[in-house]
Design a protein around this ligand. Structure first.
Ligand code: MF3
Ligand code: CO
Ligand code: CO
Length: 259
């Protein structure tokens, strides 16, 4: 079942995603060698609560934390820990909030200190592929058009697209229909119409597209242990141009937009 939102409901989803975006900017201030992923998680939880929301992931399906912090070959759902970030790492930070009956859900992959040009290109292409998807998240297109655009851009650069994990609708539930794969065929899948809110979140691997899950029951990593990048934005469907409800602007004011 697809849930179409009113303007008022979309406004509440926007407020959540703006708060997630600002939380990620707070996290951005801390991302550097020597910091643990649990330090990032604590700061995010504090900031979310100070702003009158609750962490959207905490307790979701039993998830133990506020953030998902996925380092290097970890694709998504890495659990914050005593792991100390080191120069050359990359870290995907995925964050959610719940406030006024709706969710926010946004993610950004940060370089830690200086990283190799090779890995920086993976980040750049993954972020670009998200925006290629967003260009297709408009009334009259189909879900397959979004996935095709993401996949085409990532594969053209020699990277691979994770299949098992997908984007999704967002609203009063964190995961709503439809699924939004990062691969697909043009003109296939459900039509996107005004009132839908989608999270588009490419997970792009440097090597093989295949993944495995750790024994912790959460952490997803690449099978070949090569790096993976992940960016996520929530968008509301409109005619002509998607309305992006989250933003990377606050983050990139902090990081000076190196990607
Ligand atoms: N934020 C993830 C997504 O983008 C879902 C995290 S689920 C959790 O869909 F349980 F790990 F929080
Ligand atoms: Co997310
Ligand atoms: Co999501």
């Amino acid at each position: 079942m697809l849930v179409y939102k009113t303007e008022e409901e979309i406004e509440l989803v926007r407020r959540n995603n703006q708060l997630v975006s600002k939380t990620l900017a707070e996290v951005a201030k801390l991302v550097k060698p020597g910091v643990t992923t649990l330090d990032l998680d604590r700061r995010a939880e504090e900031f979310i609560r100070d702003n009158g929301a609750i962490p959207g992931f905490l307790g979701y399906g039993g998830y133990p934390n506020t953030l998902c912090t996925s380092v290097n070959d970890e694709v998504v759902h890495g659990i914050p820990s005593k792991y100390v970030l080191k120069e050359g790492d990359i870290i995907s930070v995925d964050c959610g909030t719940y406030m006024d009956g709706f969710y926010g859900d946004t993610a950004y992959t940060f370089p830690v200190g200086e990283i190799s040009a090779e890995v920086m290109n993976l980040l750049k292409v993954t972020k670009e592929s998200l925006f290629k998807g967003i260009e297709n998240a408009i009334e009259g297109k189909r879900i397959g058009d979004i996935g095709y655009a993401v996949q085409f851009h990532a594969e053209k650069a020699g990277y691979s697209v994770v299949r098992e994990m997908v984007g999704h609708g967002l609203g009063a539930n964190m995961h709503e229909s439809p699924e939004v794969p990062n691969y697909g065929r043009r003109g296939r899948g459900v039509m996107v119409k005004k009132g839908l809110v989608l999270c588009i979140e490419p997970m792009i691997n440097m090597g093989s597209r295949h993944i495995k899950q750790d024994d912790d029951g959460w952490t997803i990593r690449t099978i070949d242990e090569k790096p993976s990048a992940h960016y996520e934005l929530a968008v509301a469907i409109n005619k002509g141009k998607a309305e992006i409800l989250s933003t990377f602007d606050y983050i990139e004011e902090v990081t000076k937009n190196k990607i």
